[in-house]
Design a protein around this ligand. Structure first.
Ligand SMILES: Cc1ncc(COP(=O)(O)O)c(C=O)c1O
Length: 397
């Protein structure tokens, strides 16, 4: 008997950060202290008040919290999300929102339900690596529009226009961005919205970091092109429950209905305890806003510490100051001396115990860059991480 496997599923290669995680775990098992500059994992738990509310539910003698929920999520969660989005200026009807099992489940459901094999999809380079396997699986023909350090990683309107063709069915934009931390400008958002409406294609906007903006303002593209925009969100970063798997998608009801069907067939319903926790969080506006403010203050402090350490210890490196998100994207090309950024990342982890992610995981062009996270470590360890990178490069150089 010859056992065969589905070839399309082989397009689901291992996530690049999982590769780094594996080495990290090996080194940690050997007792090495690892400075975590690789992950978009928050190191701040959700507000205590919210956790206290959930803990009462956990002690109730009822199976309610352990039961299946509707695929779209509890009606009360959807109401809380609608109210929250309204606070941020986005008016939605409940049928325009569906909860998902984390941002990843929203990505999969949206891509598989909005495009067909052979459809052209425009993406910006660099881009969050999570999209590549999904686009390959969906059979998309990907066109990239390169963004640059000098251009602040904003997409050039002319390049966007050039990329659009009769076969364009979607553009993917992440804002605030992973890996660069760029917050999409109003001008770029308008250009994208105008093109989508004129040529009738989807804008898939990933807003996983929408409340983590340190300078400027998050632009809700949905408000500019509501008929053409599907937005993906996650609660992994704010309030910081990546392991609890909860996100949501919003957009035109007809698109959301299809996305919900994919969620139904893959996970049936998003996890109930996470839904309850997020509902408590969003409904308690005072706690929600003060926690958001706390995250912004804390991450701004960490970002600035990381940037300052890079400037002091690695002046040859060109680092982009992120306006949002959790990462600093920095060009290490002048210091690589024949190494690839991936080789540098592996050696830093094995020899110095510093975990970073190479730019090649996000980009065809910024291959000499490195993504450094400022979400997973306190300021003093961010500084120490940069010092270790600098001392390694001095020795290697
Ligand atoms: C831009 C972006 N989108 C989506 C996701 C996936 O979200 P989740 O962790 O909730 O699955 C991530 C995760 O880091 C991300 O950075």
């Amino acid at each position: 008997m010859v056992r065969t496997f589905n070839k399309r599923v082989e397009l689901f290669r291992e996530s690049p950060t999982r590769k780094i995680d594996k080495i990290k775990e090996e080194e940690a098992r050997r007792g090495k202290d690892i400075i975590l500059l690789s992950t978009g994992q928050p190191s701040i738990p959700p507000p205590r008040r919210t956790r206290e509310l959930l803990s009462r539910d956990l002690l109730e003698e009822s199976s309610h919290l352990y039961s299946y929920t509707p695929t779209r999520g509890y009606a009360s969660l959807i109401e809380a999300i609608v109210e929250d989005m309204k606070y941020f200026g986005v008016e939605l009807e409940p049928e325009q929102v569906t909860a998902t099992a984390g941002g990843q489940s929203a990505l999969f459901a949206a891509i598989t339900s909005l495009i067909e094999p052979g459809d052209e999809v425009i993406v910006l380079d660099p881009m969050y690596f999570g999209y590549w396997p999904l686009l390959d699986y969906a059979g998309a023909k990907v066109k990239t529009v390169t963004t640059t350090f000098q251009g602040g990683f904003q997409p050039d309107p002319e390049k966007l226009k050039e990329a659009v063709s009769r076969r364009t069915k979607m553009i993917i934009v992440v804002s605030p961005d992973n890996p660069t931390g760029r917050v999409l400008s109003l001008e770029a958002a308008k250009t994208i919205a105008d093109l989508a409406v004129e040529h009738d294609f989807w804008i898939l906007v990933d807003e996983a970091y929408r409340t983590l903006v340190y300078e400027g303002e998050h632009v809700y593209i949905y408000n500019i092109a509501p008929g053409h925009t599907v937005a993906l969100n996650a609660f992994s970063k704010d309030p910081g429950i990546p392991g609890w798997r909860l996100g949501f998608a919003y957009g035109p009801a007809e698109a959301i209905r299809r996305i919900r069907l994919v969620v139904q067939e893959t996970v049936y319903c998003p996890p109930s305890p996470a839904q309850r926790l997020v509902e408590y969080y969003l409904r308690d506006r005072e706690t929600r806003l003060s926690f958001m403010e706390y995250l912004r203050r804390e991450y701004t402090r960490r970002r600035d510490t990381l940037l300052k350490a890079l400037e002091e210890h690695l002046p040859e490196v060109v680092a982009f100051k992120p306006q949002g998100g959790m990462f600093v994207f920095a060009d290490f090309t002048p210091l690589l001396k024949g190494m690839t950024a991936e080789e540098l990342a592996v050696r830093l982890l094995r020899e110095e115990g510093v975990a970073v992610v190479p730019g090649s995981y996000f980009s065809q062009t910024h291959k000499g860059s490195i993504r450094l996270s400022f979400s997973g470590e306190p300021p003093e360890r961010l500084r120490l991480g940069v010092e270790k990178i600098a001392s390694f490069l001095r020795r290697a150089g």
